[in-house]
Design a protein around this ligand. Structure first.
Ligand code: NAP
Ligand code: G3P
Length: 488
């Protein structure tokens, strides 16, 4: 099924207007595996002219795609989901090599995405408009009625990050397409090859030419140009807060949906089930080496139970398997590149220099950072506030609930937080006061299930994702007002 994607075995092309096209400039970017530096493939480094042409193609296709009935769009999405499931192993193998995700998580990402696409198709079919009689407003009678339907926005520019090239591309593409938009996908450069496989799946499923197009190239070269392009009607971006802020600064009058960085806290109260908390913290903080926006990124624990919690965490961290995801199933994989590993290492060093107590880890081998836990992290350390996007977890001891709330809310971020307690009153008290999109009670911070609303406040995002929410975000109400003239 995946022929035509490549010029030869390793040189990939972009999907433009239903065809696989290499770049005319001939400039390519080599994608090397973060695991062993081997070549995964090359992708076109598109010029601004090529990006412009692609966006124009998407615009032209949109009027045709809008006219495809929703039940047919939904059928195509269902087919894409089935094809994706069939190709789960093959695509997961690319993910393992391209972004160093462990195989089990890679397969889970692809299968979850197939479920996401199916759910999106079904949700769209059951989304209805409404009719609003005027007489509920003072001064009006029943002679006027507003018939409200939903319209697509036009061309959606979808920009995805490296850490979920399949899931965070599809969770933009599927709701956008089903709502009648056409899409231009700009995947993260490291992650592009996996995303091109995804585009192939949608093409095989039968979307019309030009409904989904891909553009590859460095964000630093084509990013500003793409986001400020006149024809782009909506930008759906997932990535760092730094790039997200830049996009919102340089664009004007363009609606934005943004999922950005986080510094999710897990708050552990005295009465928490510590074994449950430990199980969730380990999975939440260290899976995919902490390279998840929703990773648990700081622990705020009551002093009275801190020693016990740390002992239990240390025992579990010791068991995490560190290594090469191409060769075997591991828990801790190499970080996406050496710049990322340098950054995480700098946080570790600064915490050590400022007196944090290293419980375990702190070691680096090439781009692998061993799972690291620090106790006694104080609020003057960068590790207390910055998002490492690596397997390093700071413990900040607290003396009461209000201190936990205050420290949690002092962060520039506001994605999610977890509260571990057996007291429902404490859980609700804290949840009510936390400035985040989602509070998890007795569970790790995480995005799924994917039909739940998912949003970040403050520097963690703009707007709300989640299947129905995403479809709504990428469509708008259209009102036709009928006035009945009784004199006729
Ligand atoms: P990133 O460096 O911000 O890149 C994200 C995307 O933006 C990539 O496709 C990148 O392309 C592109 N880009 C770069 N500069 C651009 C520009 N000037 N204009 C437009 N696009 C531009 O983020 P990342 O390293 O891939 O992902 C990690 C970050 O994403 C973390 O901060 C994480 O918390 C966040 N994240 C958030 C969520 C969430 O749901 N809240 C989910 C996942 C990740 P290139 O790759 O070519 O540079
Ligand atoms: O960081 C990407 C975000 O979508 C994470 O999803 O399920 O790992 O919490 P999840």
């Amino acid at each position: 099924m995946f022929n035509n994607l490549c010029c030869d075995e390793k040189c990939y092309k972009n999907l433009i207007n239903g065809k696989w096209v290499g770049c005319t400039s001939g400039k390519t970017i080599e994608i090397k595996s973060p695991v062993d530096g081997s070549l995964v493939g090359s992708i076109p480094s598109m010029t601004k002219e090529e990006v412009d042409e692609t966006i124009r193609i998407a615009k032209e296709a949109q009027t045709k795609w809008r006219d495809v009935p929703i039940n047919e769009r939904a059928k195509i999405l269902h087919k894409a989901a089935v094809l994706l499931e069939e190709k789960a192993e093959e695509i997961a193998d690319i993910l393992v090599r391209e972004i160093a995700k462990d195989k089990k998580s890679a397969v889970a990402e692809v299968k979850r995405t197939a479920d996401y696409i199916k759910f999106t198709a079904d949700a769209a079919k059951s989304m209805e408009g409404e009719s609003i009689p005027a007489d509920s407003f003072p001064g009006f009678n029943r002679s006027k009625i507003s018939v409200v339907t939903r319209e697509p926005l036009g061309v959606v520019l979808a920009i995805s990050p490296f850490n979920y090239p399949i899931n965070l591309s599809a969770s933009k593409i599927a709701p956008a397409l089903v709502a009648g938009n056409t899409v231009v996908l700009k995947p993260a450069t490291q992650g592009s090859i996996s995303a091109l496989y995804l585009a192939r799946v949608f093409q095989e499923a039968g979307i019309i030419d030009g409904a989904l197009n891909t553009i590859t190239g460095r964000g630093s070269e084509i990013g500003d140009y793409s986001v400020t392009h006149d024809i782009v009607d909506f930008i759906n971006f997932t990535g760092s807060t730094e790039v997200g802020k830049r996009i919102s600064q340089i664009t004007s009058m363009k609606p934005l949906l943004m999922e950005l960085g986080g510094k999710d806290a897990a708050i552990i109260l005295e009465d928490a089930d510590l074994d449950l908390a430990v199980k969730n913290i380990i999975a939440g903080a260290y899976s995919y080496s902490g390279q998840r926006c929703t990773a648990v990124k700081r622990i705020l624990v009551m002093n009275s139970v801190a020693d016990k919690l740390i002992e239990k965490l240390k025992e579990k961290i010791k068991d995490l398997k560190v290594g090469n995801p191409i060769k075997e199933q591991v828990d801790i994989v190499p970080l996406i590149n050496s710049k990322a590993a340098d950054f995480v290492e700098s946080l570790i060093k600064e915490a050590e220099e400022k007196g944090a107590k290293l419980i375990i880890g702190g070691k680096r081998e090439n781009n692998i950072i061993y799972p690291t836990l620090f106790d006694n992290v104080s609020l003057d350390m960068r590790l207390a506030w910055e998002e490492p996007f690596g397997p390093v977890l700071p413990i900040i001891r607290i003396n009461n609930i209000d201190e936990a709330i205050e420290i949690s809310n002092r962060s520039e971020y506001g994605l999610q937080a977890s509260v571990f307690t057996n007291n429902i009153n404490s859980a609700f008290y804290i949840a009510d006061k936390l400035e985040v999109g989602t509070v998890q009670v007795n569970n790790k911070t995480e995005r799924g299930p994917d039909h739940f609303p998912f949003l970040g406040v403050k520097a963690s995002g703009i707007g709300t994702q989640g299947i129905r929410y995403s479809i709504e975000a990428m469509s708008r109400p259209k009102a036709v007002v009928i006035t009945i003239n009784k004199d006729i």
